[in-house]
Design a protein around this ligand. Structure first.
Ligand code: NDP
Length: 327
């Protein structure tokens, strides 16, 4: 038996609870992992509360991320004792996930725990941090250099936003953080933001084009915020869109794209190929300041995830939440 969060949906309704689960009930997979740490992402909040139809099978163990040690493997790449990280691939949605002490997974989904990080640090990064790195890589590959000007980061106090600020600042970019939490200005500046703006400046319906300001954008918010970010991106600049914290809509026009040559990059972490993941984790190991990672993360127990899941959807969580699945 092992401890895990389980989501059920039946005539009694949609509910998540901490349960003792029989190992015999684990889904099929060629690698068994003793989970040491997991984390709570925005998507886990949606899954645990049922606010969005993230979970596709019941019962489900949520948790799109995990870090731990392989205990059994019939996959050529992995053997008992290997330290591994998993992000996405539908885990926690269609396949039992990381908010449990044991997981049975496909070896193809796993990446090695980078030597630079402990399992706990890898989960302080989690899908949010790995996605922030994917966004930064998209801007870099577009050719945006620090000298080109300011980079806008939206949803600045969230997981993606916090890690993106820390990474961009370390790489020498001038970062402008957009937030609804003005009281966190000092924290965002300590992370590396040069300036902080009120998210209301971006979140209302805007014009097709505005004054050119951003060399690049990391957007975790979507909706009018993404539309306004595109409308105020400089000629031939780029926007990396990864999130929908404000909304799924994109009430924009083609003006920024056809008149200013702005490029909109779509960032998906869930099904990203292994080579992309390995590149992102290698760059996180190189470019993420561990001290800043500690400053943006806090720890909770497995049982506490149910309450914190609701908080993350209300935008009340700052930075990253690490889950000790053995507590
Ligand atoms: P968090 O909940 O940690 O952060 C989201 C942040 O967005 C909040 O902290 C808040 O920042 C801001 N925000 C919340 N509500 C609103 C609103 N109504 N209007 C404007 N801003 C708002 O989530 P994550 O950082 O983990 O994820 C951010 C988004 O990215 C989510 O939508 C998530 O689903 C998505 N995502 C996508 C991935 C992909 O593969 N494409 C992978 C990972 C995440 P502040 O308080 O500073 O304003």
């Amino acid at each position: 038996m092992f401890k895990g969060i389980q989501i059920n949906k039946d005539e009694a309704g949609y509910r998540a609870s901490l349960e003792q689960i029989d190992e015999a009930a684990l889904p099929e997979g060629d690698v068994t992992v003793q989970v040491e740490w997991s984390t709570l992402n925005y998507k886990d909040g949606l899954a645990i509360t049922g606010k969005s139809p993230v979970v596709r099978r019941f019962p489900m163990v949520p948790g799109i991320d995990l870090a731990g040690t392989v205990t059994a493997s019939s996959h050529a790449d992995w053997k008992a004792g290997d330290k591994v990280v998993l992000n996405g691939w539908g885990v926690g949605e269609t396949h039992w996930g990381g908010l449990a002490q044991v997981a049975c997974l496909r070896g193809d989904w796993l990446v090695p725990l980078p030597a630079a990080f402990s399992a706990r640090q890898a989960m302080a990064i989690g899908t949010a941090g790995y996605t922030a790195m994917l966004c930064v890589l998209a801007l870099e590959k577009h050719g945006i250099k620090p000298a080109d000007g300011e980079i806008l980061v939206t949803g600045a106090n969230g997981g993606v936003g916090s890690v993106a600020i820390a990474l961009l600042a370390k790489l020498g970019y001038t970062v402008v953080a957009s937030t609804g939490r003005a009281e966190e200005e000092a924290h965002l500046k300590a992370l590396g933001a040069s300036a902080v703006i009120d998210r209301n400046e971006l979140s209302q319906p805007g014009k097709p084009l505005g004054k050119e300001r951003w060399a690049g954008v990391v957007d975790a918010v979507g909706s009018h915020t993404l539309a306004n970010a595109c409308a105020t991106t400089k000629y031939r600049g780029a926007v990396a869109a990864c999130g929908l914290a404000q909304g799924m809509g994109f009430p924009s026009s083609v003006a920024p794209f056809i008149l200013r040559g702005v490029t909109l990059y779509g960032i998906d972490s869930v099904m990203a190929p292994k080579a992309v993941r390995l590149e992102a984790w290698a760059r996180l190991a190189r470019d993420l300041d561990i001290g800043k990672l500690d400053a943006i993360s806090r720890e909770i127990s497995l049982g506490e995830t149910i309450g914190v899941a609701a908080e993350i959807l209300e935008g009340k969580v700052r930075g990253r939440v690490v889950v000790d699945v053995n507590r």
